[in-house]
Design a protein around this ligand. Structure first.
Ligand code: GKR
Ligand code: MG
Length: 428
């Protein structure tokens, strides 16, 4: 017996809207976050008048590629994701520009096609879910968990942007400051895992911060991520010092070979969102034995279905998965929840920058996310389960126009304040 065929639904319009939202002065291995983080909101509209949403980086070169892709996607059936990807691939063949990775120089090897196609794929899944009355998690094979655990993402930071009032988090420039920040994050969000963004101060000071966290939160799994700021020797030394303290060590040193060297002597698992960020890098990294854990990220792994494919590859080769994040808004968070909610081998609490933005700075309607015990529920409404608030979209777009930031540039911002600053990898 066959079912009733549904009518086809095709893309008639796509809008690409850059937005900006306030971001605190978070320090990392390449500098410091600028006063505003930039993102792009992708809205795909069909001939039935329905819209699907995606969210991605805001850098100018990336936006130009999104526009090329959007033009190529007009007329595509919302269920024809494979064909849509081919169209975007063909459209990008006309592009010879460089840059636009959205990562301030930290991660530049991701696949351009996967990075550009991702928000369209998410929007198509949102549309499919709306048409079928099913949440995206069910289009990805069904939920394996109803709630997704997140880690509290700790950053060294200044009290406020230079020349501006202190933000609500205050200063964290030493172990005591990091512990204070962790206490606030745990009390507000209930996180049951903590990650420290390192690569800012000398490795021993950062190791001391991890030890202070371990003393204050003895039951909480801890991670540190210096974004490849350490040499192999330094990484080995810190790994030995923190052998009994870390759940995993994230990107201590640059490159597939360097990571393999550290992994051969470190006792804890090694994770990456830097040396393996594209399918093409997997064979070499697996052969070299560089990593135990891949931090997946649908924004650069080609969307949600390709991230599910990555999960299958990780399972096949005995690697675990966790999830990477950058400064993001609610559309990205919803997509992350559907992915993590339907991926069996997400074995660790996922990263999110969510606490670092003001709650009212978003483009989604209402306040759909409620942390309990550091976890969020996977949305159950059709599609992504979030709707656009057009007033807020317009306001954040206006802020983008006003703020003058056109590419994420943590190093350039730091150099305005400290002209001698250099982003070095490795630095120690
Ligand atoms: O937001 O400064 C930051 C982070 O350093 C981010 O850009 C990284 O991509 O969180 C990320 C990571 O895990 O490497
Ligand atoms: Mg990382």
């Amino acid at each position: 017996m066959t079912g009733t065929p549904t009518s086809r639904e095709r893309i008639v319009d796509i809008s690409i809207t850059p937005v900006a939202f306030a971001d605190p002065p978070l320090l990392n291995a390449v500098g410091v976050h600028e006063p505003f983080a930039i993102r792009t909101i992708v809205e795909v509209i069909t001939d039935s008048g329905t819209y699907g949403l995606g969210e991605t980086y805001g850098d100018e070169a990336h936006q130009a590629r999104l526009t090329l892709a959007a033009e190529a996607l007009i007329g595509t059936d919302i269920f024809d994701i494979n064909h849509a990807r081919t169209r975007v691939d063909e459209a990008l063949a006309k592009d010879s520009s460089a840059g636009g990775h959205g990562m301030s120089g930290m991660i530049t090897d991701s696949s351009t096609l996967d990075r550009v196609f991702s928000p369209f794929e998410v929007a198509l899944l949102d549309l499919q879910g709306k048409k079928l009355g099913l949440p995206v998690s069910e289009l990805l094979g069904g939920r394996v968990r109803e709630r997704v655990d997140f880690s509290g993402y700790l950053f060294y930071k200044w009290a406020g942007h230079p020349g501006h009032a202190d933000d609500r988090w205050g200063e964290a420039l030493d172990p005591a400051g990091i512990v204070r920040q962790a206490e606030k994050m745990v009390s507000e969000y209930g996180f049951r895992a903590l990650k420290l963004k390192g690569g800012v101060f000398a490795p021993d000071q950062e190791a001391e911060a991890i030890e202070a966290l371990a003393t204050r939160f003895p039951e909480v799994p801890l991670r540190i991520d210096p974004n490849a700021a350490w040499t192999v020797e330094t990484s080995n030394r810190v790994a030995e010092r923190l052998a009994s303290t870390l759940e995993y060590l994230e990107d201590p040193t640059p490159g597939i070979t360097g990571m393999a060297e550290v992994r051969s002597s470190a006792s804890m698992p090694l994770a990456t969102n830097m040396c393996v960020v594209a399918f093409a890098q997997l064979p070499e990294a697996i052969a070299a034995g560089s990593i135990d854990i891949i931090l997946s990220d649908h924004h650069f792994w080609g969307g949600l279905r390709r991230s599910s494919m990555l999960a299958g590859i990780a399972e096949t080769f005995g690697m675990s998965l966790s999830m990477h994040s950058n400064s993001h808004l609610g559309i990205s968070l919803a997509a992350m929840l559907h992915l993590a909610g339907s991926t069996q081998n997400i074995d660790f609490a996922c990263d999110t920058h969510w606490p670092w933005k003001n709650p009212e700075d978003d483009v989604v309607a209402g306040a759909p996310f409620h942390f309990e015990g550091g976890s969020l529920e996977v949305p159950k409404a059709p599609g992504l389960g979030v709707e656009l608030n057009r007033d807020r979209l317009a306001a954040l777009h206006q802020r983008y126009l006003d703020c003058g930031i056109r590419n994420r540039d943590d190093t350039g911002y730091m150099q305005k304040l400290d002209p001698d600053y250099q982003a070095l990898a490795p630095r120690w």
